[in-house]
Design a protein around this ligand. Structure first.
Ligand SMILES: *[C@@H]1O[C@H](CO)[C@@H](O)[C@H](O)[C@H]1NC(C)=O
Ligand SMILES: *[C@@H]1O[C@H](CO)[C@@H](O)[C@H](O)[C@H]1NC(C)=O
Ligand SMILES: *[C@@H]1O[C@H](CO)[C@@H](O)[C@H](O)[C@H]1NC(C)=O
Ligand SMILES: *[C@@H]1O[C@H](CO)[C@@H](O)[C@H](O)[C@H]1NC(C)=O
Ligand SMILES: *[C@@H]1O[C@H](CO)[C@@H](O)[C@H](O)[C@H]1NC(C)=O
Ligand SMILES: *[C@@H]1O[C@H](CO)[C@@H](O)[C@H](O)[C@H]1NC(C)=O
Ligand SMILES: *[C@@H]1O[C@H](CO)[C@@H](O)[C@H](O)[C@H]1NC(C)=O
Ligand SMILES: [Fe+2]
Length: 613
């Protein structure tokens, strides 16, 4: 949409808002609590919308289907239903919008919406419909509003009764992450209980053994922490409280159970469900270790409803495959572009709900992507508006990462025979920067005899991709990505460097300076002589396509999928690419080698030896 048109719409909204101020401030007519412009102008006494059941989560579930029944005398195919939470969708200042985000242009965005004719093909004739929507517990009550006029010119015609979860404040959506130490697991969750109401903690212990309690820290933030619209305007929603507890001194590979608790100051305890996880292996420990890696998964709605940046059609399939195979997965890396909330904060609750079965059971390690971090004038390496004004605050708070400074999203993580170095492509990585020093230190600090599998992860493609964008821009698409970092990958003999950002799958030959260093394509024995570069950004967001196939590209797939690495022992690694539609393997390779193969020198990988004796 042209900027001018958008401007005019906004002006109109502002004008109506101002002119409704008086009308909205009195009485207890249901609409008097609503500050959506134009809305009141379209009240129709013959239109209705009813929601049931009135109370959700009666058996302590945090997600439930609701049924809406609605009718309108003069239906149109672009009538739609917005779900609001809090139900009283209060007025907020309607500031200018980020041009990258989609309508609806209302002052408090609904948390989801759907066309009234969805599953009601006769709606346009009968004016009656029935809709089933899935709601997740996100700390507030809900109401449903029927609009005519489409998304661009919404006219509120009816508002439903209010419904709510039995305990809207309940602790929900635990997500595990590796702590700073290998034997520490962190549990992060969301609740409606602040530090002035309750003490948050995790009750945990060995499965079947004695349980103990560990306290949790609490974080939150306010609208002013957001850097721009929509996060600061229509997309703002109270984030509640985000708690993290540190479960320490775990026994390697042991099973633990845990549940989340809040002790209210009047003595009442509020509990979550019971969950379990397996503690991480000791770094260097020789045991079966299985790692799943993908980027750009995003979220989608099982009820088919729309979200604000509704372009992650593969997300639910990927989530489903991971849940089905969870007993064969030990840790997950979601390398950036987490949920594409893009400033609509309600989407983070919905995403953490979607991945709860995974993230509550295995460490869910994230990297920062453009959709989490980028915002002009806020220190991101790229000045785009891709984060919708979140400027990293949501990602840095909703998920724990063992970074020294969570705003600088780079960190290392050990998982048994794996050593991971996770870079932050939304901050400068070029030679001479703080991050470059970190990357070098991370790669250098691994003892390859104990941790032979060295993996570099980042969101944007710092290495190789033949997607149209990178093909056009060349290796400088991400400035000095390949040029600066290949020295490090080569020197420290990184096995695999993996990225997201491009929404497809691609694997290269082992490569150094644009030249394949090894002719093999599926069974690598001995040294690779270079680094295998992989794009695994096809976990959910709309697919990217490819340009002409370069000679270093071995396998490409323009479908939704993810990567799984299996370390059998110090000498055998299996790499698999699976499609999200069926969970089957479409590309794979193995590496078999001895420790001395890693020590052996290849081009530019060793300092010259002294001849002195
Ligand atoms: C339902 O509404 C949408 C949005 O206006 C429209 O694209 C679609 O064609 C409609 N479907 C039917 C069956 O009328
Ligand atoms: C709406 O409800 C929330 C709590 O759910 C409350 O904090 C807020 O003041 C209410 N706003 C209005 C305009 O009633
Ligand atoms: C919907 O119904 C209205 C009035 O009955 C009619 O004017 C319009 O053409 C219909 N639209 C579609 C897409 O069927
Ligand atoms: C403590 O407060 C909670 C929440 O307000 C309430 O549900 C509960 O009944 C109270 N318990 C006691 C013992 O007062
Ligand atoms: C691939 O093409 C580049 C030039 O585009 C060339 O330098 C290189 O030798 C070719 N072959 C391999 C295996 O990399
Ligand atoms: C790796 O490089 C070394 C030295 O350049 C060479 O001798 C060896 O054949 C290469 N190995 C493979 C598998 O290409
Ligand atoms: C999801 O998986 C189903 C079942 O395999 C498939 O039919 C569907 O096309 C997949 N969706 C996408 C977007 O790939
Ligand atoms: Fe991205």
């Amino acid at each position: 949409m042209a900027m001018r048109t958008l401007g005019r719409i906004l002006l109109a909204i502002l004008w109506v808002l101002v002119s409704l101020e008086g009308a909205l401030s009195h009485g207890d007519h249901p609409f008097s609590r609503i500050a959506i412009h134009k809305a009141v102008l379209a009240i129709n006494d013959h239109a209705y919308i009813k929601a049931s059941p009135p109370v959700l989560g009666l058996i302590e579930q945090n997600s439930e289907w609701v049924t809406l029944e609605y009718g309108i005398p003069n239906p149109s195919i672009d009538d739609w239903i917005g779900v609001f939470s809090p139900a009283n969708f209060s007025a907020a200042t309607c500031l200018p919008e980020n041009l990258k985000v989609n309508p609806p242009l209302i002052c408090t965005a609904p948390i989801k919406f759907q066309y009234a004719n969805y599953t009601n093909p006769k709606y346009n004739q009968t004016g009656k419909g029935l809709l089933k929507l899935q709601l997740v517990n996100q700390r507030s009550d809900f109401s449903f509003a029927l609009f005519s006029g489409g998304l661009l010119n919404p006219k509120l015609v009816a508002v439903s009764n209010t419904i709510a979860f039995a305990n809207p404040n309940a602790p929900v959506y635990p997500r595990l992450a590796q702590g700073k130490m290998w034997n520490e697991m962190t549990v992060t969750w969301t609740s409606g209980y602040g530090i002035n109401e309750a003490d948050p903690f995790v009750e945990w212990g060995p499965q079947g053994g004695e349980q103990r309690r560990s306290p949790a820290g609490t974080l939150t933030f306010d609208r002013k922490s957001m850097c721009g619209a929509p996060a600061r305007t229509v997309g703002w929603r109270d984030p509640g409280f985000i708690h993290t507890s540190f479960l320490k001194e775990l026994w390697p590979n042991s099973m633990y159970t845990y549940k989340i608790g809040h002790r209210l100051f009047n003595g009442t305890y509020i509990w979550s469900h019971i969950y379990q996880f397996r503690a991480s292996p000791y770094p260097g420990q020789n045991s079966l270790q299985r790692v799943v890696i993908y980027g750009d998964m995003g979220k989608a709605e099982a009820d088919g409803s729309n979200e604000y940046n509704n372009f992650q059609p593969g997300s639910l399939n990927t989530t489903k495959q991971l849940i089905e195979d969870l007993k064969n997965i030990d840790i997950v890396f979601h390398i950036g572009d987490i949920c594409y909330a893009n400033g609509y904060l309600s989407q983070w609750d919905q995403f953490t709900s979607q991945v709860e079965p995974i993230a509550s059971a295995v460490p869910y390690m994230i990297a920062s992507g453009n959709h989490e971090r980028d915002w002009p004038g806020t220190g991101s390496f790229y000045g785009t508006m891709d984060s919708g004004g979140e400027c990293g605050v949501l990602a840095e708070t909703m998920f724990y990462t063992p970074a020294e400074n969570r705003a600088k999203f780079w960190y290392s993580s050990d998982y048994g025979m794996f050593h991971f170095c996770i870079a932050d492509t939304e901050h400068d990585w070029r030679e001479g920067t703080e991050q470059y020093k970190f990357i070098e230190h991370c790669l250098a600090s691994v003892d390859r005899q104990k941790q032979p599998w060295l993996i570099f992860l980042a969101h944007r493609v710092l290495g190789y991709s033949s997607s149209p964008y990178y093909a056009e821009q060349g290796s400088f698409a991400e400035p000095m990505g390949r040029e600066d970092l290949q020295k490090l990958w080569q020197k420290y003999k990184v096995d695999i460097a993996m990225y997201g950002h491009v929404h497809s799958y691609e694997r290269t030959c082992p490569i150094y300076q644009n030249i394949c260093t090894n002719k093999e394509t599926s069974y690598y024995k001995g040294t690779l002589n270079g680094t295998i570069q992989v794009v695994a950004g096809g976990a959910g967001a709309g697919l990217s396509g490819f340009s002409t196939k370069p000679n270093w590209s071995i396998f490409r797939d323009n479908d939704y999928g993810f990567v799984k690495l299996t370390a059998f022992d110090y000498s055998n690694l299996l790499f698999e690419y699976k499609r999200s539609r069926d969970g089957k393997v479409y590309d794979s390779f193995r590496i078999s080698r001895d420790y001395r193969d890693i020590l052996a020198c290849t081009v530019d990988s060793c300092p010259s030896m002294t001849l002195a004796s």
